[in-house]
Structure formats: structure tokens, C-alpha cells
Design a binder for this molecule. Structure first.
Ligand SMILES: C[S@@+](CC[C@H](N)C(=O)[O-])C[C@H]1O[C@@H](n2cnc3c(N)ncnc32)[C@H](O)[C@@H]1O
Length: 422
């Protein structure tokens, strides 16, 4: 087993969910991973929007001299500067990050001079650029589960492009949609985790999905030999852009899968978990410590009830003039403390009534929103992690963007255990 820590680059670092998962808090004695470079930049780049960056700096206690190791700049520009030799991105073993789901289509066939050309501003192609520059041994990515299905006009096309480009760089890939609540965490949050290994031994893809994979070791599933489907991904992302998924109503990529050398096996999985299950109620703080602005007064209640309720509203399309009935079902109001919470979103903060913000009732019978410390707990962050001088709205924004820390923490434990054993 290798003694030196696994060197990590953390992209789209936000308030440091991956770092916390892998390295632990600065005070922790956790060993095994060391973040050697990180990048975070909140569009459009104004100073006032860089609150996640400031939180990260403060929480991980960077000295000004280390600032080159934590770059607050659009990733595309940071990579341009690295390629121009202005600074160096250190060698690393693991590249990780949670990135936006965008259109990954490419503009040019592989046979043309410079290979793959992704659209400008599409962050997957920046990740890809860094992978080609540094060729890390492992990659761990997180995204919304919609990434496996998008775009609607060509189901699964974007993920196929991603798989093809990773296979082209010699990576074998595992993926899984993990709903945190299925493994006992207090939030229903479905995200796809993508784990990649370079220069690995030959994989039995079905076994990798069922039990021998990094993801299946960390998050076991009910294993059986049924339900697998197989495909071979095109080597040319341009052809995938043109052809993949046309006419498909559903994506061919199921909740779990593995790929080696362009051959893909995928399957719909059932989580296997018998442990304790945390609920929204388990993370609620005592109402006596909740500031008054989080309570919803009687006059405001009807607006919340309307937005949460089921409705059918006549609407007209501004451009086409087409008239239609917009309808949506009712949501639980207030949220049940006996269930895991719904997914927290970036708009969770602020007083205004909303369909998606969480609302609970207190023992004294009042309605209230969740305080930032509760949002932090739902994401597995230490209480008060984002309490570094930013507004409650921005604290909620950061938590809506972040991840359930326990998920990459468990994946990291398996990666660490296996590292050096090959
Ligand atoms: C899904 S969030 C990841 C949050 C992070 N995992 C955490 O624990 O807080 C994506 C992050 O990417 C950042 N981001 C968006 N565009 C970026 C760009 N062009 N360059 C660098 N970071 C960017 C956003 O500000 C956001 O913090």
C-alpha cells in the first residue's frame, strides 16, 4: 500500500464538499488524500458573487502564499494560463468535481486535424482539456441524474459523448445514480457519480456493476444476473452528436453502468441498505434558536399554500399566441419530519413564498423555513460551515449547489483502500 497521500485536484470546488469528504476538516487527522490544486469561480465573476470561494479559503485556512493552489477564476481561463506557462497545475492522481449539465455536442469529426472540438463555455470540455494535460489515474465526477438522459431530442447523447471521449483517453468508467436517502441520509438527492480509472486491468463489466466496482463496494445494490443491456459507443463524438439517441423516448443509460474500451454494460439497480434511516426531523434545531425572519406569519401563509397546492391555470405562449392549461400537482405542505427531506435547491433561502423551499411546523404550531445550519446538516456539512459572513440567501445557495458529503467520503475510502494494490 502506498504511503504517500493521493494528490487531488478539486474543480468547481464551491464550499469544498469533495475536499471535506476526502481530506476532512483541517483539524481532522484523516490521511490518504491531499488537495494540491482547486478551482472555483461563480459567474459572472463579480467580486460580490465569489462568496463560495471566500468560504472555502476561510474554512481550509489558506495562507496568501498558497493562493496559486486555489484559483478563483473561470476554469477555461485558468487552463489557458496554465497552457501559456503562467502557472503550473500540479501533477495529481485524482481529479474530482461536480459540474453543470450542459450541451456537450461537438462540432468537428475526429478525422479532422485537431480532434474533438466542444462548444465554448461548456465545462465538460474544460474538464476534458485538463484530463488530456495531466492524465490523472482516477477521476470522480458528480452531476444531476438528468445528465444520463439529455438532451430531450436525443436521449443519452451527452453522456455517450462523455463516455466516448473518456474511452478515447484510455479510461474505464463506472457510473451510478445514488439517492442519498436510499443509504440512510436525511435528504432525497439523486445524483450521478462517475468514477474513472486509467490503465486499469480488464474489468468484468457486469461484476463491476454488481459488486466489484468502487461504487458498488461503497454503495451496495441487490445483485442478480438479470436486466443488463449492452452497447458499443462510437469512437467519434462528432458522429454521436449527429446520430445518438435520435427517435429514442428514453435514454439507453440506466441507473448504473460500466464501460471499458467503448463497450458499455448498463442496468437499472436497486439499492441494498438495511441500516438506520435519518429523517428531516432528525436534523431540525429547536425552534427557540430559529431567528424570527424564518417564520411564516399568518398573512403570508395563503401565498405559500397556493404555490404548494395543485392548480390548473390558463396560459398563453408569448411568442406563438398558443393557449393552454398549465397544471401541476400538490406538494406536501408542510414537509413531513418523518421522511427524508426533498432535494434542497439553490433558491432555498429568502423570505418569499415558494413551491420548492422546505417548510416545517414547530412544536408550538408555527410554520417556518429551514435555517442554514439545517441545510448544512442535510448535505452532511458541519453545522455553521458557511457562516463566514455571507447572507443567509447565499448560504442556502451554496448548500443547494453542494453535495451530500458522505457520498464522496465513502467512495474515497474505497479508492484509497484500492490505491497501490494493483
Ligand atoms: C455544482 S457546484 C459544485 C459545488 C461543490 N461540489 C461544493 O461542494 O460546494 C458547481 C460550482 O462550479 C462553479 N462554477 C461554475 N462555472 C464555473 C467556471 N466556469 N469555472 C469555475 N467554476 C465554475 C459554481 O460557482 C459552483 O460553485
Amino acid at each position: 500500500m502506498s504511503e504517500s497521500p493521493i494528490r487531488v485536484v478539486e474543480l468547481f470546488a464551491g464550499v469544498g464538499g469533495f475536499r471535506l469528504a476526502l481530506e476532512g476538516k483541517p483539524s481532522s487527522k484523516k490521511k490518504g488524500f491531499k488537495i494540491v490544486w482547486a478551482n472555483q469561480w461563480e459567474p459572472p465573476g463579480t467580486e460580490g458573487r465569489q462568496f463560495a470561494y471566500r468560504c472555502y479559503l476561510q474554512r481550509f485556512g489558506h495562507e496568501p502564499a498558497e493562493i496559486d493552489a486555489y484559483v478563483n477564476m473561470d476554469l477555461a481561463m485558468a487552463l489557458d494560463l496554465a497552457q501559456e506557462g503562467v502557472w503550473e497545475i500540479p501533477e495529481h492522481d485524482l481529479l474530482c468535481g461536480g459540474f453543470p449539465c450542459q450541451d456537450y455536442s461537438v462540432a468537428r469529426p475526429l478525422s479532422q486535424a485537431d480532434g474533438i472540438e466542444g462548444k465554448k463555455g461548456v465545462l465538460w470540455w474544460e474538464i476534458y482539456r485538463l484530463i488530456t494535460m495531466k492524465e490523472p489515474q482516477y477521476i470522480l465526477l458528480e452531476n444531476v441524474d438528468r445528465m444520463l438522459k439529455s438532451p430531450a431530442s436525443q436521449r443519452g447523447r451527452d453522456f455517450a459523448i462523455m463516455l466516448s471521449s473518456l474511452a478515447g483517453l484510455g479510461y474505464s468508467v463506472e457510473w451510478r445514480v445514488i439517492n442519498a436517502a436510499d443509504y440512510g441520509f436525511p435528504q432525497r438527492r439523486r445524483r450521478v457519480y462517475i468514477y474513472c480509472e486509467r490503465l486499469t486491468s480488464k474489468w468484468d463489466l457486469k461484476e463491476r456493476i454488481n459488486s466489484s466496482g468502487v461504487i458498488s463496494e461503497a454503495f451496495p445494490i441487490v445483485t442478480d444476473d438479470e436486466g443488463f443491456s449492452e452497447m458499443v459507443i462510437d469512437k467519434d463524438p462528432y458522429r454521436i452528436t449527429q446520430e445518438f439517441g435520435r427517435g429514442l423516448k428514453v435514454s439507453p443509460f440506466e441507473t448504473a453502468g460500466a464501460m471499458q474500451g467503448y463497450r458499455v454494460v448498463t442496468k437499472k439497480t436497486i439499492p441494498a441498505y438495511r441500516g438506520k434511516r435519518k429523517t428531516l426531523g432528525s436534523i431540525l434545531v429547536d425552534e427557540t434558536v430559529v431567528p424570527e425572519e424564518f417564520f411564516i406569519n399568518t398573512a403570508e401563509l395563503s401565498a405559500w399554500e397556493f404555490l404548494k397546492g395543485s392548480k390548473k391555470i390558463p396560459r398563453k405562449n408569448k411568442h406563438t399566441g398558443h393557449e393552454y392549461i398549465y397544471s401541476e400537482g400538490g406538494m406536501a405542505f408542510p414537509d413531513s419530519p418523518e421522511q427524508p427531506s426533498r432535494t434542497i435547491l439553490t433558491g432555498e433561502g429568502g423570505r418569499s413564498a415558494s413551491r420548492f423551499k422546505h417548510v416545517v411546523t414547530t412544536p408550538s404550531g408555527r410554520y417556518r423555513r429551514l435555517v442554514p445550519e439545517e441545510l448544512e446538516q442535510l448535505q452532511g456539512f458541519p453545522k455553521g460551515w458557511t457562516d463566514v459572513g455571507m447572507s443567509d440567501i447565499n448560504r442556502a445557495f451554496c448548500m443547494g449547489n453542494a453535495l451530500v458529503v458522505d457520498i464522496p467520503e465513502r467512495l474515497g475510502k474505497v479508492i484509497r483502500k484500492r490505491h497501490g494494490q494493483a
